[in-house]
Write a protein that binds this ligand. Structure first.
Ligand SMILES: Cc1ncc(COP(=O)(O)O)c(C=O)c1O
Length: 413
């Protein structure tokens, strides 16, 4: 593969998404969109509109906002459904990702065993262990944690081997947060169903950069956030999906916002759940945190998730080639087959923490994940091939000129 700057410029010249970068305000060479996506003009516009509606309308914003704030989370959910391959009523925007893990696992888990993997994002394990304890079950016995063979990735075959007829739930990420391995959601779901188990997924590292077909795959439920590849802002409300065949279930953590909308303000003390995924909302949506998602979705929909995924695969492939060629001190911890790779690349180096800090001082915004990973994320809506070339050039300079200095703390997401 040609890795020259000229090649990068040629790729940028042929890139159908290149104009989208102008819509974003990006600090430095920003390669951290898998932690927090940057603001776009569009997200700022919808945030400003709701702020102004609050000033002008106050309480009337719930009915007279444009669109009305009442039902806003459901309408945004209808649009997010298009990103994850679901019917509109199967998706809602609500809560935080971890709250949604609790809300859905508490609803769907009876008293059986859950299968997970050891490279998961810790919050999911905290929630699952707590849910098992609430049922009087010892998590050390009932949370089966499949090990990684290489410390980076998890074999799908090992996940499938861990399933037996005592397993009630297989809970997996779509993409591992550290190495960026992408799993075959359909294959894992089918394997869980073969054993009579449910399949739930944490899609935090894929929604907005990988195209999904949750309904087609038969996934039972899923959760994700919108502050990474969807660029909806820090702490933006999360998303959740419940397959329509489960719509009859009663949410385990009901709240008035999940009530059937038409009768919510009758204030009946008996909870009547909304018909679809909206039933899993709990309290009033934080409008000012929700509003940027509307503009952020305008951008993603205009680009098209298929084109976003295509460019992401090309950018990460180019990045991997450059790391191989120009950073021989580093290794790539991310699968090289594009079908097994999400939107970021794990560049491994024994001094990853100091290297990450030195890159940030040179305006290359990456993050460090212990013990040895510099995560580099060329998010497709605002990253060019030339940016990737430039970032790896600065990485080379950091390795050549030294990276001692102030260390940074591991980021929180
Ligand atoms: C894979 C994964 N799951 C869950 C979370 C936690 O999300 P939240 O803070 O919205 O609960 C994160 C946060 O980055 C994550 O990466």
């Amino acid at each position: 593969m040609d890795t020259s700057r000229e090649y990068a410029r040629a790729c940028d010249g042929a890139d159908p998404l290149s104009a989208f970068a102008e819509r974003f305000d990006v600090p430095g060479l920003y390669m951290d969109g898998n932690s927090l996506g940057p603001v776009s003009r569009d997200a700022a516009r919808t945030l400003e509109r709701v702020r102004e509606e609050w000033r002008r309308l106050a309480i009337e914003g719930w009915t007279d906002g444009d669109p009305p704030w009442f039902g806003y989370a459901e309408r945004l959910g209808d649009r997010v459904a298009g990103l994850v391959g679901a019917a509109p009523e199967e998706v809602v925007v609500a809560n935080a990702t971890t709250v949604n893990v609790h809300a859905l696992v508490d609803t769907f888990l009876d008293s059986g065993t859950v299968v997970v993997n050891e490279l998961d994002f810790p919050s999911d394990h905290y929630a699952l262990r707590a849910q098992l304890r609430r049922r009087g079950l010892d998590p050390d016995d009932h949370l089966v944690v499949v090990e990684s063979r290489d410390g980076r990735t998890v074999e799908e075959a090992d996940m499938i081997d861990a399933l037996d007829d005592d397993v009630e739930l297989l809970f997996m990420p779509s993409v591992l947060y550290r190495s960026g391995q992408l799993f075959d959601v359909e294959r894992l779901t089918a394997a869980a169903h073969d054993h009579g188990a449910l399949a739930g997924f944490d899609l935090a590292h894929s929604v907005g950069v990988v195209d999904h077909d949750l309904s087609g795959a038969g996934v039972d439920f899923a959760v994700w956030c919108h502050y990474k590849y969807c660029n909806a802002g820090p702490g933006a409300p999360a998303g959740l999906y419940v397959d329509e065949r489960h719509f009859g279930r009663r949410p385990a953590l009901p709240g008035w916002w999940g009530h059937e909308k038409a009768t919510q303000f009758e204030m009946d003390l008996e909870f009547t759940p909304a018909a679809g995924a909206g039933a899993y909302q709990i309290g009033t949506p934080p409008l000012l945190s929700l509003a940027p998602l509307e503009g952020a979705l305008d951008v993603l929909e205009a680009a098209g998730i298929g084109a976003v995924r295509e460019k992401s695969v090309a950018l990460t492939e180019y990045l991997i080639e450059l790391v191989d060629e120009r950073l021989p001190e580093c290794s790539v911890g991310t699968p090289r087959e594009s079908a097994r790779r999400g939107g970021h690349v794990a560049v491994e180096h024994p001094d990853a923490e100091a290297v990450s800090a030195a890159l940030k001082r040179r305006d290359v915004v990456v993050d460090y994940r212990p013990p040895n990973v510099v995560r580099v994320c060329p998010s497709p809506l605002y990253t060019s091939f030339e940016d990737v070339h430039r970032a790896v050039g600065r990485f080379r300079t950091v390795l050549d000129e030294g990276y001692d200095g102030v260390a940074v703390d591991a980021d929180v997401t």
